[in-house]
Design a protein around this ligand. Structure first.
Ligand SMILES: Nc1ncnc2c1ncn2[C@@H]1O[C@H](COP(=O)(O)OP(=O)(O)O)[C@@H](O)[C@H]1O
Ligand SMILES: [Mg+2]
Length: 257
């Protein structure tokens, strides 16, 4: 894994940068000489690797450099994509614009010709869903989508899976009141407030909920999460049990979801 990362960075020592820790694993961003790669570590990443391969050429997604099984975990190394996650303050959009853009991108994603998609379940009403359609997983540049990341759950599924995530992530980041903009931009039939809240809670109760992101790179978390320093795999999966029995990490920093 290390050799693959170093060769992708041009044989230069990487400037290590902690990026993100979630309930399921850890993601590092490594840069050298203007080249940037991402290293994702988690128990199972074959699904994400296979979906990245299928999505390539259909949707802008990270290009895989290598896939490894080391220290008891899977490691997926990808080239950095362009753009920044939609929640990033540098995007500079008012929440309504974020919501409308999120809805328009989702409408296009769900309209993908995906009859041959080997992932998910092919049945009436199912479309190509992202599977974790929250702001950090949608990257934009110059006002337009630049990439989708975190595609481990992508496949044929109920469009409400992504709509629920979209409604949830908007409320989480900006407070209530932006769901309708998302749904209208998507072209979803009008919904009552109660129905929107029910939809939002569908994401809330999903196992993907509860990730957290330490503020900025180089915080306390980064010191204990050195990419090249071997440590027990269990240290990447600190969890506590929520009231619904879902394992999730103890939030110790503001999340971006
Ligand atoms: N190849 C990549 N290029 C650019 N940014 C990436 C790439 N891979 C991951 N990221 C960034 O790291 C964050 C975490 O990666 P992600 O795959 O979403 O992990 P998680 O499953 O923990 O949410 C993403 O939200 C994105 O900001
Ligand atoms: Mg993510």
């Amino acid at each position: 894994m290390r050799a693959s990362v170093e060769s992708a960075l041009g044989e230069r020592p990487a400037e290590e940068q902690f990026a993100w820790m979630s309930w399921a694993g850890t993601v590092w961003r490594l840069a050298a000489d203007g080249r940037v790669v991402y290293v994702k570590r988690a128990a199972h990443l074959e699904g994400e690797r296979d979906r990245l391969a299928w999505l390539a050429g259909r949707w802008p997604v990270p290009e895989t450099i290598g896939f490894f099984h080391e220290l008891g975990d899977d490691w997926l190394v990808t080239h950095a994509v362009r753009g920044v996650p939609m929640y990033d303050p540098s995007v500079g959009w008012v929440p309504d614009r974020v919501a409308a853009t999120l809805g328009a991108i989702l409408r296009d994603l769900h309209a993908t010709d995906a009859g041959d998609c080997p992932f998910g379940e092919k049945r009436a009403g199912h479309v190509l869903v992202h599977g974790d359609y929250c702001l950090p997983n949608v990257l934009v540049e110059e006002g337009k989508l630049s990439a989708l990341v975190d595609v481990g759950q992508t496949g044929l599924g109920n469009p409400e899976i992504d709509l629920a995530a979209g409604v949830w992530t908007l409320q989480y980041n900006y407070g209530p009141g932006f769901a309708r903009t998302l749904l209208d931009a998507y072209g979803w039939p009008p919904m009552s407030d109660a129905a929107i809240e029910k939809l939002r809670r569908k994401y809330n109760s999903s196992p993907f909920m509860g990730r957290w992101r330490p503020k900025g790179a180089g915080g306390a978390a980064s010191k204990s999460a050195g990419l090249w320093s071997p440590r027990p795999a269990s240290s990447t999966r600190r969890r506590s049990s929520g009231k619904d029995g879902i394992s999730r990490p103890r939030p110790s920093g503001p999340s971006a979801r």
